[in-house]
Design a protein around this ligand. Structure first.
Ligand SMILES: NC(=O)C1=CN([C@@H]2O[C@H](COP(=O)(O)OP(=O)(O)OC[C@H]3O[C@@H](n4cnc5c(N)ncnc54)[C@H](O)[C@@H]3O)[C@@H](O)[C@H]2O)C=CC1
Ligand SMILES: O=C(O)C1=N[C@H](C(=O)O)C[C@H](O)C1
Length: 265
């Protein structure tokens, strides 16, 4: 039996890729999409999709679920919408696979409790690309030996959240193994605000936004007379799609929330 998938944000850069991925997948059926405004009755009404894409477009999640009974909601929208979408999906017994970034810690805790209570799988994946997951795992390992670390994440200039979800997740994974440490000179002063980047538990995260970039990150470790750089580059959004498909299949077997693909690969 195929997995019934709904996608929120189908006209976006990631959402459109995910639509193609699900449409091509032998074990999945795209039953509906969720947009925030009326743009047509089905995907075929949109110029960006072929006439054979007949999944209906909804603007209300309750109506979507009632009419099309999806198993999984893939959310690729924005930081303002995603928390509500995830909560609504869980309350409607639909398993969320969330690629959208920008959750607060409190939101993650609340959604985790809700998924547990409903005994429903939910995956929140700051990055779906296997290379990025490996970069984070390797960075966590390196931080045990080289605790002085700075993260430079680089993205296209249409990105809404900073630091990136991947940058924050990397810092959280490093925090698990690194003794707390305030880096840099104790008396350093920024003569221009923000010059030293965001402060996460004494580590610095720097966010670059430029046209031409897709999604890139370097994790820099400094030691005595040496520097280690771990770098990942997503050169296109197809790099995320095998991760999306993997999550849609995995979430069907789960009964709780998982934050980060490193926990299930
Ligand atoms: N986890 C991962 O591997 C990746 C995550 N992302 C994240 O995915 C999200 C989307 O990224 P992009 O596709 O680049 O952005 P985008 O701006 O191209 O697309 C977002 C889409 O969401 C739609 N949207 C906004 N509010 C909505 C709502 N309430 N309901 C339904 N649709 C709504 C917009 O119309 C737009 O089409 C971002 O949070 C980004 O950080 C992006 C790439 C990889
Ligand atoms: O907005 C993006 O593009 C990306 N967002 C995610 C993030 O915030 O880490 C994943 C990837 O970096 C691309």
């Amino acid at each position: 039996m195929s997995i019934r998938v709904a996608i929120a944000g189908p006209r976006g850069k990631m959402g459109a890729e995910a639509v193609h991925t699900v449409m091509k997948h032998a074990k999945m059926e795209l039953v509906a999409v969720l947009d925030y405004k009326e743009v047509g009755h089905t995907l075929a009404d949109l110029e960006m999709f072929p006439a054979s894409y007949t999944a209906p477009i909804f603007t209300d999640m309750h109506e979507l679920v009632e009419a099309t009974a999806p198993d999984v909601l893939v959310d690729l929208t924005n930081p303002h919408a995603v928390y509500h979408h995830t909560k609504e999906a869980l309350n409607l017994n639909v398993r969320p696979v969330i690629g959208t970034t920008g959750f607060t810690d409190a939101q993650l805790e609340e959604l985790s409790a809700l998924a547990n209570e409903k005994e429903l799988g939910c995956i929140i994946a700051p990055n779906f690309a296997i290379g990025a997951i490996l970069m984070m795992k390797f960075a966590k390992e390196a931080a045990k030996y080289l605790p002085d670390v700075e993260i430079i994440e680089m993205h296209h200039d249409q990105k809404l959240d900073a630091p990136s979800g991947t940058g924050v997740k990397t810092a959280q994974m490093i925090q698990e193994v690194r003794a707390q440490k305030m880096q840099g000179h104790p008396e350093e002063k920024e003569t221009i605000e923000g010059a030293r980047g965001a402060d996460f538990d004494g580590m610095r995260i720097h966010s670059v936004r430029l046209p031409g970039l897709v999604a890139h990150q370097q994790v820099l470790f400094g030691g005595d007379g040496q520097l280690l750089t771990i770098r990942h580059d997503s050169l296109n959004r197809n790099s995320f799609m095998s991760g999306v498909a993997f999550c849609v299949e995995e979430v069907m077997k789960m009964d709780q929330l998982v934050y980060g693909l490193e926990n299930i690969i």
